[in-house]
Design a protein around this ligand. Structure first.
Ligand SMILES: Cc1cc2nc3c(=O)[nH]c(=O)nc-3n(C[C@H](O)[C@H](O)[C@H](O)COP(=O)(O)OP(=O)(O)OC[C@H]3O[C@@H](n4cnc5c(N)ncnc54)[C@H](O)[C@@H]3O)c2cc1C
Length: 224
């Protein structure tokens, strides 16, 4: 993996799944310096048979698709780094991020942090007369008494970095964006599973292309 850029970049892309890599590739084609920082847990590797992907007849491992997208990004000049963006703050008109203890600066940021695998959790229902009681055992807390419980499956969406800057989340927990994939924070964009919509590779890539174009137009003009 590459080293983090020392100087202020045009766009820091948080997350190297299909959304992050395609956005960075498009930015590079617009002549913008983009760096992807990725923790390495993309769900893009998961689809074993991405039948929902356009132009993919039959089964194709998701990892092969992602590998190609990564190769394309690097060929376009995108810097892809393995790491975790731990914090994100405003820095004048731009942003400063802490990546594994190192500070990096960018004019714009794209949040492409995806979603985390759905988990099943047991949720207590309120006590009602006549229902059998169930003890829920929590490791660090006294076990509460409830009369019944329900199992709920939900995907957690990592939005904390954006929300800390003032970005809004929708009722379902995803980040709110406008038609240009812009959050309500100037310079902060989001694409892919982290925003509400269909969780599909093609959708993530389309949103990424829209975001890259909006970021390019928001930056000072260049020759493109
Ligand atoms: C089992 C399964 C089957 C699927 N099947 C299909 C299918 O057939 N067809 C289809 O189109 N789609 C399918 N999908 C959905 C598809 O995988 C997702 O829509 C797609 O991966 C979303 O891309 P993304 O870039 O938004 O997020 P992701 O691919 O999840 O990538 C996000 C990346 O951001 C990284 N990250 C998060 N936080 C940070 C941080 N703070 N710092 C650095 N990096 C960070 C994560 O580690 C991850 O690598 C499937 C998903 C699953 C789980």
């Amino acid at each position: 993996m590459n080293a983090l850029p020392a100087s202020r970049m045009d766009c820091l892309v948080v997350g190297g799944g299909p959304a992050g890599l395609v956005a960075a590739t498009n930015l590079a084609r617009y002549g913008r310096q983009a760096c992807v920082v990725d923790r390495g847990e993309t769900r893009g590797q998961r689809p074993r048979h991405p039948r929902r992907g356009p132009g993919v007849p039959g089964a194709q491992p998701g990892s092969r698709l992602l590998e190609r997208i990564l190769r394309q990004a690097e060929a376009a000049g995108v810097v892809v780094c393995r790491g975790v963006v731990e914090t994100l703050a405003r820095d004048g008109l731009g942003f400063v991020a802490e990546v594994d203890g190192v500070l990096v600066r960018a004019r714009c940021v794209l949040i492409a942090t995806g979603a985390i695998e759905p988990q099943t959790v047991a949720c207590p229902l309120p006590l009602r007369r006549g229902h059998p009681r169930v003890w829920l055992h929590a490791a660090a807390a006294p076990a509460p008494v409830v009369d019944t419980m329900q199992a709920i499956r939900f995907a957690r969406v990592p939005v904390d970095l954006a929300v800390a800057l003032g970005a809004r989340r929708a009722g379902d927990g995803h980040l709110e964006v406008d038609i240009r994939q812009s959050t309500c924070v100037p310079g902060l964009y989001a694409a892919g599973d982290v925003v509400a919509g269909l969780s599909e590779v093609a959708v993530a890539m389309a949103e990424a292309a829209v975001a890259a174009t909006a970021i390019h137009r928001a930056l000072p003009p260049n020759r493109h």
